[in-house]
Design a protein around this ligand. Sequence first.
Ligand SMILES: [Ca+2]
Length: 201
Amino acid sequence: MKMRMWIAVVAAVALCQMVSANLLTNPGFETTDTGLPGWEQADWYVGHGGDAHSGTNGMAYWVPNGRGNGDYYVALQSVPVVGGVSYDASMWLRTVSYNTSEAFMEVVFQDSTGSWIGQSGTTPVGGLTDYTQYSLNALAAPAAAVTAMVRAVVHTTGATTDNAWYTFDDFSFDAVPEPGTFALFGLGLLGFLRLRRKMSK
Ligand SMILES: [Ca+2]
């Protein structure tokens, strides 16, 4: 009896993890101390110490003095998605900016030709801010969506006249569990409890 209970508990934990698994590779930048495997980017780097929200690394972008207005610097990761399914995205962001730049996260859904068919972003943040979590919840993938790009974005809102940097950490992108999944899980649990009661009589 005890054995069965443990099997059920282990199965339940595994199911929960399956339902809410983070779809991103290297979401906390701890894979190596020097590179950013899993992320497509140019000139972003691994920051240490205060650049990390958790662990020892974060992903950073440095905006030097002299950059133009309206530039976008992006680090992104593409993940497969299923049309009609909803997804939650979140990340932690710290900003060390004195002027004319800001950062945010966006999620872009793409169809099989790579066209952008859905786009949502967090409110851009600039100035001096400690690590804060920002989220986009229950983003419904359009029917034709096959991938989502999770994008860390730094944007200049004017020519830069001072240095600024932005550090990101602990990204998450996962499917919102459908009510049907919970119902199925609940039914299974109910069945198990009944069986247990019957056997203990
Ligand atoms: Ca980290």
